[in-house]
Design a protein around this ligand. Structure first.
Ligand SMILES: [Zn+2]
Ligand SMILES: [Zn+2]
Length: 129
């Protein structure tokens, strides 16, 4: 491919906006992107800005620290802890262990496990629900 402005010269790349071939003498380099003219650079930066805005709006590509804790996971863990706690209280403190207390304890453990799975998924995917 040859330069759009100099038909005899070999192009070193293409303008990232208009796709014209550009040679060593013609190219402009802005933010690691090749452009052929100031106009293209200007337009390219406008496009980049739009991209940056869209990223912010849609929350793409930004590594945010996990500041918000996954609510569902917390809810499940709290529920699990309450159930297990209640069953333990009945069985150990009251020394009065009924079949229902065992079931409550099992349910509590299941809730807690669900909570942990939610938590791990939330950590992995960054989805907080
Ligand atoms: Zn161009
Ligand atoms: Zn050229």
């Amino acid at each position: 491919m040859h330069c759009f402005n100099h038909q005899k010269r070999e192009a070193i790349g293409t303008c990232c906006r208009c796709n014209k071939g550009i040679c060593e003498d013609c190219y402009l380099m802005r933010k690691e992107q090749l452009t052929c003219s100031d106009l293209c650079t200007e337009k390219m930066e406008e496009i980049n800005q739009i991209h940056e805005c869209a990223k912010k709006i849609y929350d793409i590509g930004q590594k945010r620290p996990q500041t918000i804790l996954p609510l569902t996971a917390i809810l499940l863990l709290a529920l699990g802890a309450t159930f297990v706690g209640y069953a333990l209280y009945e069985c150990i403190v009251q020394s009065y262990c009924l079949a229902i207390d065992i079931w409550i304890a099992i349910l509590g453990v299941l809730f807690a496990l669900g909570g942990l799975m939610h938590w791990r998924r939330a950590k992995r995917t960054g989805i907080n629900w």
